[in-house]
Design a protein around this ligand. Sequence first.
Ligand SMILES: *Cc1c(COP(=O)(O)O)cnc(C)c1O
Length: 519
Amino acid sequence: MRPTNTQVRKGCQGEIIDDWTPAGYEKHFRSYDEGLMKTHDLRNKVEGLREAAARLEPDAAHREQSLGKVAAHAEEFLRSLPHQPVYAAPGDRDEVMQAFQVREVPAGIEEALDLLGAYVDGKGQTLGSSRFFAYIPSGGLYESALADYLAAVTNPFAGVGQAAPGAVRMEESLLHWLAGVVGYPETAEGDLTSGGSMAALSAVVAAREAAAINSSRVVRSVVYLTTHTHHTFRKALHIAGLGDCVVREVAVDSRHRMDPVALQQQIQNDLDDDLSPWFIAATAGTTNAGAVDPLDEIADVAQEFKLWFHVDAAYGGSFALCETGKQRLAGLERTDSLILDPHKGFFLPCGIGVVLVRDGRKLYDAYHARGAYMQDMSHDTERSPCDFSAELTRPFRALRFWLPFKIHGSRPFAAALEEKLLLARYFYEQVSLIPEIEVGSPPDLSIVTFRYLPRDGGADTFNRRLADAIRDDGRVFLTSTTMSGHYTIRMAILNFRTHIEDVDMALAVIREKIAELAA
Ligand SMILES: *Cc1c(COP(=O)(O)O)cnc(C)c1O
């Protein structure tokens, strides 16, 4: 009886073959020939499988063809972007899920691109649109898309210096440059993360380790933040096992900024109560209103009591690149850690955040780890991102950041950021001219809040209907928040594609919808 292929690694009795010499074959099979037959079958089977999998490595002609089609699809997306609505309903769920169903049989790239066109592009919110003013806008620089393509094709192992010294040194160079932009010293270290949430987690863990907050100390450790602190910061605390810390919401001033005097008093009270004040989480650019906490004054307090001073600059940090922004962010350089989202203020596509820690050793101490299978790089003298990150294997993120800056230089970025600050100022002035509109504070950065006050009351209901009407119209996309208990509409300006005519369009839509609703 011929052994079947499924028995290939086993002998007649199902025993594992550990000796592949002729003697070994004779031990496991009735004859050496029978064993060889199995090897022959194995070879045939392997050849068959290889053929079936061959299309996973398209040849040069196919690659060129696919790339051309992808480029054409991207081009069509970008060309139509200015004329597309910034918000569109998602379409029938069952139909879309059915279309995305993975099948055993191949489809051409055209079919795949058609599905993207039909069910992904332009559905929901279009972040790349110049008329996207919701949440914190992202951008999507074209050069970053090219970089992602190259990074995936070349696929360096960017977690370990020895494995991909070029990619890793590029990241190091970027972090070094950014540290300089925010005013951190040479000792600073950092990590390119997937976004602000992960960056905050890294900072919190570094601070936790530096203060040696073990489980018995958590409940006495105090964190200071405000009601405007981004929810992902509390989430980071929770994930880091610090959910039972004492969290103080420090009072804010009339412009929604942390009050340093209230902070100081709260810390003193906590010390008097035998608690351990540990961590101040300030924000440079709140998501609600773009407010920048008074970093310099908070730094004084942090210094006085020797607390870890962290700033969430996920949205606002990029403004340090332009002159006006630098002034607004004074004190940023005095923090112990900060986060910044290049996928916001540097206009990169989603998927990149930064954490910087002034004393880089503290980030290293929190994350450095090794496995036996890494012993071949035990003499590694290269810096390795995995020593500063929760990740080991990670994409070559530096390229999507570096390439647009290399190609354009940093000046156009500074100009675009300065432009956004002025556009926000312009919007603030113009929207406050609309009768019955109440505007929030003059913008520290590029977010303006406002609401309409109808003569017959019911402001929350009216503004909710106004925000819905603006969104359903599709020309511009704004979202809302709740400030001091009031439903408030926000205008966030951050896309590199957004210019004054887009802001004028928003003003026109707001006026139009108010007139329709008030009628
Ligand atoms: C966007 C944002 C975050 C969260 O960052 P993600 O990149 O979305 O994870 C945190 N804080 C602020 C102030 C933000 O604007």
